[in-house]
Ligand binder design. Structure first.
Ligand SMILES: Cc1ncc(COP(=O)(O)O)c(C=O)c1O
Length: 382
């Protein structure tokens, strides 16, 4: 008989992403639910990985990551954000952005610490806080523009507050941080013990010429921050699960203690390939206009429907209100349109612990034009 264990995450069940993707497969629906591109990634990068394998880059690289890749990342951070990052002491390559976040939280959180999490939130954040025995302190982004109300943040700060988790551009809402947000953040954390975890996996997916407010721009905030990134999102290869974290030398020393006994070192040939490919600035600068076109293409076609768009300034996603179509719950509505109209989406209530339902769904637009066109053709019938 299997011995009984006490669940560390008793509230966690099957996620809505799994449910919706399974439903999409069952009903042969177009999957605009989960965030992944349905078009091929860059062939040159594939060739570089092949070349690295053939040249025998198939053994462990150092625990911190392949040094030439860390050097390329540091150069890129200087070029984009003017930041001075030491590749030796401040960057660690990780198996994806999600792992980088988990490791940062596991590095710093003690039982009973409080962590401010804005909702709607990427689904790993709250479980990552809880599994470390810490307490998520939840604050809703203001609906419908999904901005942070910093006065609400001030009210929730206590002597136990250890961290604020940020995500810009935001999944699921496509909202982005502004300079005003950074000033507010600074005024709250300066001279406190509060750390920052900034999830910037969509750094190259900020639209309409808005500058990305990376925490890397701000040396005073970097002293207390972990900033996480994902190559999967930059190079349209989400299945690669390769990313990195940047922090202060002091925090990164501790991060590496956790990392070295978990993953230790990540896929070598991909790191060798990326060290070269990252030097091609066009490879990442071209991403925002490319994906902005997709956002506009899809939003334009959805004008023929009764969906009401909410603005998306970045990410793979745009949210839509459907209150002119139905008063069902967002979960029921999402399931019904998947089954009856053959288009899968994600109900935004799934990104709130309390299931807050503003009658909003999220569509993923990082798809081929023909996929978006076919989805729109089906949604027009609603
Ligand atoms: C906000 C956010 N953070 C992190 C990730 C995951 O990145 P990775 O696949 O590199 O772990 C995602 C993927 O959907 C995301 O939307």
């Amino acid at each position: 008989m299997t011995p009984v264990i006490q669940s560390k995450l008793p509230d966690v069940g099957t996620t809505i992403f799994t449910v919706m993707s399974a439903l999409a497969t069952k009903h042969n629906a177009i999957n605009l639910g989960q965030g992944f591109p349905d078009f091929p990634m860059n062939q040159e990068l594939i060739a570089l990985v092949n070349e690295a394998m053939k040249k025998n880059h198939n053994q462990y690289v150092p625990m911190q990551g392949y040094m030439p890749l860390r050097e390329s990342i540091a150069q890129k951070a200087k070029f984009l954000y003017g930041s001075k990052i030491n590749p030796d002491t401040q960057i660690t390559i990780t198996p994806g952005g999600t792992y980088a976040i988990y490791t940062a939280l596991t590095t710093v959180l003690q039982p009973g610490d409080e962590v401010i999490v804005f909702e709607p939130a990427y689904d790993s954040y709250i479980p990552n806080v809880e599994i470390n025995g810490a307490v998520p302190v939840l604050i809703n982004l203001d609906f419908p523009d999904y901005k942070i109300d910093w006065n609400k943040v001030r009210q929730k700060i206590t002597p136990k507050t250890r961290m604020i988790m940020l995500n810009s551009p935001n999944n699921p809402t496509g909202s982005v941080l502004t300079e005003h947000d950074i000033a507010e953040l600074r005024s709250i954390v300066t001279n406190t013990k509060i750390l920052i975890q900034s999830d910037e996996v969509y750094e190259h997916l900020v639209f309409d010429n808005i500058p990305h407010q990376s925490i890397l721009r701000y040396p005073d905030l970097m002293e207390r921050a972990f900033v996480s990134f994902s190559f999967g999102k930059v190079y349209n290869c989400t299945g690669w699960k390769l990313g990195y974290s940047i922090s202060s030398p002091e925090l990164m020393t501790e991060f590496r203690k956790v990392h070295q006994f978990n993953c230790f070192s990540c896929h070598s040939p991909s790191q060798v390939a990326l060290a070269t490919f990252l030097q091609n600035k066009e490879s990442y600068l071209s991403l925002a206009p490319f994906m902005q076109n997709k956002r506009d293409y899809f939003a334009d076609m959805l004008k023929q429907t009764r969906f009401t768009p909410l603005p998306s300034y970045g990410s793979y996603f745009q949210c839509f209100k459907y209150d002119r179509i139905s008063d069902e719950s967002d979960k029921d509505f999402s399931m019904r349109i998947t089954k009856e109209y053959g288009v899968a989406c994600i109900p935004v209530s799934a990104f709130y612990k309390a299931g807050t339902d503003n009658k909003v769904i999220r569509f993923c637009f990082c798809k081929k034009e023909e996929t978006l066109q076919e989805a729109a053709n089906r949604l027009v019938k609603l």
